[in-house]
Design a protein around this ligand. Structure first.
Ligand SMILES: N[C@@H](CCC(=O)N[C@@H](CS)C(=O)NCC(=O)O)C(=O)O
Length: 207
């Protein structure tokens, strides 16, 4: 039994995207919960099993899986080769598995902190030493996209879905580079986005 605790228009929206892209809606019970939003609205929901009351949180047979990158890895491993978009993951043993796992964990460990530091204007030698900054993030993306359309295995994977997501919300922080902008446009063109918009509109109305 799989349950996703979800709040619309939040970081868990990308998990809805993954679910739509993989066509696994019938395999997951999606429960809408409220969260404490950064503008002070909303509030934690006692029914949400995330240990900090955040979203997304996936629960599989009583075990909580939290952090978007972990949930994405978990679902793409659990349901390989599912959905009209084909396999969004990269299986264990595949030559590109390491690259796939690296982008997912790079997102969680580096990209989120770098974007938050950039947003609040935080600068410190320890931040630079530990996470680097926006120029380095842009350089990584640019290098990865040189000569290929996607980050891993020359095809759209959940690594693209996750890595593109913050730039799709905050378009003004997108690095000004044609390779990155074209990649984002390709990511935003994926057919599942219209289903996500419809799902989120309904979820918003239901909350
Ligand atoms: N790094 C986490 C971030 C999760 C997160 O911060 N989610 C926000 C929604 S965008 C949240 O639930 N905030 C509620 C709170 O802070 O209590 C992930 O990607 O899953």
């Amino acid at each position: 039994m799989l349950t996703l605790y979800h709040s619309p228009n939040s970081r868990s929206t990308r998990i809805i995207g993954l679910i739509e892209a993989m066509n696994i809606r019938d395999k997951i019970d999606i429960r809408l919960v409220s969260i404490l939003r950064q503008d002070g609205s909303g509030g934690q929901d006692a029914s949400n099993l995330h240990p900090e009351g955040k979203v997304p949180c996936l629960v599989h047979n009583g075990v909580e899986i939290w952090e978007s990158a972990a949930i994405i890895l978990y679902l793409t491993d659990l349901f390989p080769e599912s959905g009209p978009e084909g396999d969004l993951g990269v299986p264990v043993g595949h030559a590109q598995r390491g690259r796939y796992v690296s982008w997912l964990t790079y997102y969680a460990g580096i990209v989120e902190p770098v974007l938050v530091h950039h947003y609040i204007g935080a600068e410190h030698p320890a931040l630079q030493a530990t996470f680097r900054g926006m120029p380095e993030l842009a350089a990584r993306l640019k290098a990865a996209l040189s000569g290929t359309s996607w980050l891993v295995d020359d095809r759209y994977t959940a690594a693209d879905l996750l890595m593109a997501s913050p730039f799709q919300w905050f378009t003004d922080i997108t690095p000004d580079d044609p390779a990155i902008r074209n990649w984002l446009a390709r990511c935003s063109d994926r057919p599942f986005h219209s289903a996500v918009e419809a799902f989120e509109a309904e979820a918003m109305a239901a909350l």
